[in-house]
Design a protein around this ligand. Structure first.
Ligand code: MCA
Ligand code: AMP
Length: 478
């Protein structure tokens, strides 16, 4: 049985978590999470209203300690998406920050507030390594998001592989402002430092000033999505305080989407730092990274992490043996970092793996150079959009927009965007008087979530279709 967070037992006085004015040492965290864990034991599954807060972190640590699978919920989820996740995951309880209002969609789920004081509790014995620990919802090309079931084994192995790749230690103080309902912010950004016995400083909300202040104070590492690094890159040349703070960091890590080489270059020019990129997925956790002690090659996501088997395959599914930096294939991976299944979706789980050998098909297209560095060049499915580091399925937005009375037909695509990487564009055939862009954005934000809202709406009299009647999305973007 793996002890997930040894420091809860071994370094009581060390700072573990800090959110603004709130902070907890390892002993305090063990106490509050232990007492909550005792109350959670035996429940089938719980939800966590995942605000960017200390309470969310305590709730997740408590659920892990109790061996109860936890579903982190984006607090901005719209009504349709929330209803789907609640009915799919059937949480017995929702843990929330005191005083935070929960939406109607959770009215049938009992609520328990997470408090940071009160009687200290004993941590229960460690659950089994294969026990489901977290269920993280992620979008596909069509249909509603699927729940990715992650066992403790995957979490421990990915975090230990990153210790090796980044020389990540108990001395590191991680600074970030990532949301806590996805793998990046929650597993890497909170559970990562806790597994190492280090500390986290979460900023609540991203700002370049917040990053500069935290790194200048005691931060040694920063995690962010490319949109955050792009905002830093745009500003850092004219902001000596930000440049100085970044210069002093031990390691800056970017992930969740590709960081453009231009942003890499601007940051390096102003700070001397070379941002390290790593590549992962909700289903696989982390697969590759540029190593802290390795050559930094901007525009690549580095080499496979310890324990991760990675291959590129051609269209026929045959492995590509050459490492010429040019031949493009789909990335497939295998290893202890992988998820167990999609919740309630054996069909989708079976489809995600190859028949022979159990390789997971990532859908990401890449090349490999002679040093084994992977460069991601695109995705197999055009219907997956990455915006602000969030994965978004075109199909779910199309379905939501079709429910709007003023929309007759619609196609959704992703378009390059300097800030977001890709922006969501809705191509709409109106049923009468065209609705306003704002109306359609609000409609999607209300049903799904605000980051899935279209950032541009273009009206057409008909969608371009091929002889089979299928919408030709490439023609729209041309
Ligand atoms: C705007 N807003 C609206 C509307 N329009 N709300 C409701 N209805 C509307 N019509 C609100 C938003 O909710 C938000 O509120 C504010 O306006 C601004 O939103 P927006 O422009 O969308 O974004 P932003 O605030 O500029 O955010 C950029 C960001 C964010 C901070 C970079 O995109 C972000 O945090 N991304 C991280 C994604 C991530 O963690 N991905 C990891 C998954 P308010 O200001 O109140 O918030 S990938 C993963 O886990 C894998 C494993 C991996 O590899 O990492
Ligand atoms: P998600 O399903 O939200 O976990 O997103 C996973 C996807 O994000 C991967 O399949 C990749 O397409 C993308 N991704 C993650 N990290 C990187 C990176 N460093 N460079 C390019 N794409 C990335």
């Amino acid at each position: 049985m793996t002890v997930l967070f040894p420091s809860l037992h071994t370094t009581p006085d060390k700072a573990a978590l800090r959110f603004g004015e709130k902070s907890l040492t390892y002993a305090e965290l063990a106490g509050v999470a232990g007492s909550l864990a005792q109350r959670l034991r035996g429940l089938s599954r719980i939800a966590v209203w995942a605000t960017s807060s200390m309470e969310t972190s305590v709730a997740v640590v408590a659920a892990l300690a109790a061996g109860v699978p936890a579903v982190p919920l984006n607090p901005k989820l719209g009504e349709r998406e929330l209803a789907h996740i609640v009915s799919d995951s059937e949480p017995a309880l929702v843990l929330a920050e005191p005083g935070v209002e929960l939406p109607e969609g959770l009215r049938d789920v009992p609520r328990e507030d997470v408090t940071l004081t009160g009687s200290a509790g004993e941590l229960p014995p460690e659950p089994d390594d294969e026990a489901p620990a977290l269920i993280v919802y992620t979008s596909g090309t069509t249909g509603p998001p699927k729940g990715v079931v992650l066992p403790r084994r995957a979490i421990a192995s990915t975090l230990d592989a990153l210790e090796d790749a980044w020389q990540w230690s108990a001395d590191d103080v991680l600074v970030h402002a990532l949301p806590l309902f996805h793998v990046h912010g929650l597993i890497l950004g909170i559970l990562g430092p806790l597994r190492r016995g280090g500390s986290v400083r979460h900023l609540g909300k991203f700002s370049t000033d917040g990053i500069a202040a935290a790194l200048a104070e005691d931060g040694t590492m920063m995690f962010g999505v490319p949109t955050m690094y792009h905002r830093i890159a745009t500003e850092v040349g004219g902001n000596p305080r930000l440049a100085e703070a970044l210069r002093g960091a031990r390691l800056l890590v970017s992930g969740s989407a590709a960081l453009p080489v231009h942003d890499h270059q601007q940051i390096t020019a102003a700070t001397g730092q070379q941002v390290v990129e790593r590549y992962g997925m909700s289903e696989t956790l982390m697969n590759t990274s540029v190593r802290a002690d390795g050559e930094r090659k901007p525009g690549t996501v580095g080499v496979p992490l310890r324990g991760v088997e990675l291959r590129l395959v051609d269209e026929a599914g045959a492995p590509i043996e050459t490492s010429d930096g040019e031949t493009v294939g789909e990335i497939q991976v295998r290893g202890p970092n992988l998820f167990t299944e999609y919740l309630n979706r054996p069909d989708a789980t079976a489809e995600a793996f190859t028949g022979g050998g159990g390789w997971f098909r990532t859908g990401d297209m890449a090349t490999r150079d002679a040093d084994g560095y992977i460069r991601i060049v695109g995705r197999k499915a055009t219907d997956i959009i990455k915006s602000g580091g969030y994965k978004i399925g075109a199909g779910e937005i199309e379905n939501a927009l079709l429910e709007h009375p003023a929309v007759s037909e619609v196609a959704v695509t992703g378009e390059p965007d300097d800030d977001l990487g890709e922006r969501i564009v809705a191509w709409v055939v109106p049923s009468g008087e065209p609705p306003s862009e704002q109306q359609l954005a609000d409609h999607v934000a209300r049903l799904l979530t605000p980051h899935k809202r279209p950032r541009a709406v273009r009206f057409l009299t008909a969608l371009p279709r091929n002889d089979m009647g299928k919408v030709m999305k490439r023609a729209l973007n041309a």
